[in-house]
Design a protein. Structure first.
Length: 381
């Protein structure tokens, strides 16, 4: 048992791992090949309570960020697409409403989100702005009666935005010249267009679309939190999401270690198992080092957050190290497999493709280094 993990956390891990082995792992390759969003499995994850895992009671299970990280790690071992569906559904979907919403907003949206009967998306990234959130161009203005927001603009690369059960998108928009706010937009609001799904290198079974807003009208009370505090809200959400993405990376590293170790033990060359060669054995040893290091960083950051302590720097460190370690782990495992690792029949090939976006989503590696530098007191711009 890890020092940051309780007995209850390990019981959760055992439950999720059993579900993953029976309901996700046997189908992950096909979902990837067909670029198919596995709605039935997502609904089953909801029945397990995973989408409400870290949402406060009475709407969710009242768990913590560590619990979410454990669930994400276990699912990522088999399928990164479903892992990010859960991570985004909770961290970017339900969490902003739970944290910043009114009681009326929570009562309206959270029950179905926490039950996994609905998914929510977070609309931040735009065609001309991702890392620089202050550069966003989407606008939201109150109509002359002050009863509705009118939203115009576009968003890019939005996870969970076009599924059959998507219920809302929380949109970051300019509500004044120097003011960014977040507004809840129901999925079928007039003036909201969900653009065709992207053709992606990886995470093919996750749902990702661009969104276009053209005179999109929503009620004035759909403002989430305080007007003008949208940037602060999204940065809080992203800090927590970065820890969860780090957990996803931990699951990837663990799968690479498991597969490389099994293959190096079974595969024979020159009359002996290839794992008896130092070149192979040392690669696998390095995978173990990467796994232990990434997991410790992720769990430490989650532990700090769960106890209400500052964790911005630790979240950036965990996300940076774990995501880059996961990319290298897939490359190293593919090398252990040789030609077999280049074949799509191997899960390593899928994880190799999937892992690259870990260095991009929820803050690029460069952004994490910027955050860390500033937290150290450096006047970096």
């Amino acid at each position: 048992m890890h020092p940051y993990v309780t007995e209850q956390h390990e019981e959760l891990r055992a439950m999720v791992r059993s579900f993953v082995r029976s309901e996700i792992e046997p189908h992950a390759s096909r979902w990837d090949r067909e670029a198919a969003f596995p709605l039935g499995t997502v609904l089953a994850m909801g029945e397990l309570g995973l989408f409400g895992i870290s949402v406060p009671e009475p709407w969710g299970a009242g768990g913590d960020l560590t619990a979410l990280c454990i669930a994400v790690e276990e699912i990522a071992w088999a399928d990164q697409s479903l892992a990010v569906t859960l991570e985004a559904g909770v961290g970017l979907g339900a969490a902003p409403i739970a944290r910043f919403g009114t009681d009326a907003q929570r009562d309206r949206w959270l029950p179905d989100l926490c039950a996994g009967k609905a998914l929510a998306a977070f609309g931040l990234t735009e065609p001309d702005g991702g890392s620089d959130a202050r550069a966003l161009r989407t606008t939201a203005t109150l109509d002359e009666d002050g009863e509705a927001w009118v939203i115009d603009g576009r968003k890019s690369f939005i996870t969970n935005s076009g599924t059959p059960i998507t219920s809302l998108v929380t949109v970051a928009a300019r509500t004044g010249p120097e003011e960014i706010s977040t507004i809840i937009v129901p999925a079928h609001a007039p003036g909201l267009e969900v653009e065709p799904a992207y053709r992606k290198l990886g995470w093919r079974a996750s749902d990702t679309h661009g969104l276009a807003f053209t005179g999109c009208r929503v009620a004035a009370e759909n403002l989430l939190g305080e007007r003008g505090r949208g940037l602060a809200q999204l940065l809080t959400v992203l800090d927590e999401g970065r820890v969860a993405i780090g957990a996803l990376a931990v699951g990837v590293i663990r799968r690479c270690l498991d597969e490389a170790l099994a293959y190096a033990t079974a595969r024979r060359s020159f009359g002996r198992a290839i794992g008896s060669n130092q070149a192979v054995a040392f690669r696998i040893a390095d995978l173990q080092v990467a796994l232990d290091s990434a997991r410790a960083l992720v769990y430490h950051a989650a532990w700090l957050r769960d106890r209400g302590k500052p964790f911005k720097r630790e979240a950036a460190v965990a996300k940076l190290f774990s995501s880059e370690a996961a990319v290298e782990a897939t490359r190293s495992a593919a090398q252990v497999f040789g030609g077999a690792g280049f074949m799509e029949e191997s899960p390593i090939a899928r994880h190799y493709r999937d892992a690259k976006v870990l260095e991009i989503g929820e803050g690029t590696s460069e952004v994490q280094r910027l955050v860390i530098s500033r937290e150290l007191g450096l006047p970096v711009r």
